[in-house]
Design a protein around this ligand. Structure first.
Ligand code: OAD
Length: 249
């Protein structure tokens, strides 16, 4: 149920930012991390997604990322991703800040996407920094190695204990602080610093709207909690925003 307050905000907003997490891609078939049956309920993040884990057992880490890369190459954007891509054309400023590495926002047509945790379609040499695409890396046998210097190649994703890419983070903070509406979509808000963005946006004056089938640690701070799957709620929100902005013209 969408309130009058949210409808008015959608009619007037000049700047909207959307923080997305694994939940927005759940309906595309990408597993989440912490929900029932999620990746981190079966696997150990420190083994698969940390530099220590990689140095201890690069074969295991590459086997896992190889599998994830193949899964993510097959999945398709869902109506939630597409609704956000449409919203980019509705508001003068619209930015997606994503913790996802699946590239589905870009594949659904969004162009302003700040990737906080990297992108599974990219890889780089840990010695010389040369970049590699997935096709090249996945065709290599064993642990992928740089064809120029022989150094080990790693996926261009942020592992536990690593810094976020600074430019992406600064852009995310700017988008959060200048948002009239901040959407927090499909994230458990359990991982910092991404989880601090909804609070930052609200403190700076944004209407904070959460979209999730389950309450999270930010639900009690949210101005609006739209409970349900992103693939249903976001197209409704987009349709409402279109109607509200037309009426207010
Ligand atoms: P989580 O797995 O922690 O949370 C997923 C959230 O999505 C939960 O709150 C679910 O209730 C919600 N959800 C499930 N289905 C949904 C749907 N159809 N529509 C909307 N929401 C739905 O995933 P993240 O919060 O993204 O980091 O996790 C953050 C980070 O933790 C990830 O980026 C990853 C992980 O460790 C790194 O790998 C660095």
């Amino acid at each position: 149920m969408i309130s009058e307050r949210l409808r008015n905000a959608l009619a007037r907003a000049r700047s909207v930012a959307a923080l997305t997490g694994a939940g927005i891609s759940a309906e595309s078939g990408v597993p989440t991390f912490r929900s029932k049956g999620g990746i981190w309920t079966k696997m150990r993040p420190e083994e698969l997604a940390s530099m220590d884990g990689f140095l201890r057992n690069p074969e295991l880490v590459w086997e896992w990322y190889g599998q994830r890369k193949r899964i993510m190459a097959e999945v398709q954007p869902n109506p939630g991703h597409r609704a956000l891509a449409h919203m980019e054309h509705l508001f003068p400023h619209f930015a997606i800040i994503t913790q996802n590495i699946d590239n589905l926002h870009q594949r659904s047509g969004s162009t302003v996407v700040h990737e906080l945790h990297g992108n599974i379609e990219r890889n780089y040499c840990m010695e010389c920094g040369i970049r590699y695409g997935n096709a090249e890396v996945l065709s290599m046998t064993g642990i992928p190695r740089c064809t120029a210097c022989g150094g080990p190649i790693r996926p261009d994703v942020v592992w536990f204990g690593e810094m976020l890419p600074m430019e992406e983070w600064n852009a995310a903070v700017r988008a959060a602080e200048s948002a009239d509406i901040f959407l927090s979509i499909g994230t458990s808000a359990a991982v910092q610093p991404a989880a601090s963005l909804p609070g930052l946006a609200k403190e700076a004056g944004a209407l904070l709207v959460e979209i999730n089938p389950e309450p999270t640690s930010i639900t009690s701070h949210a101005d609006e909690f739209l409970q349900g799957p992103a693939g249903t709620i976001l197209p409704e929100l987009y349709a409402l925003a279109v109607a509200a902005r037309k009426e207010s013209q």
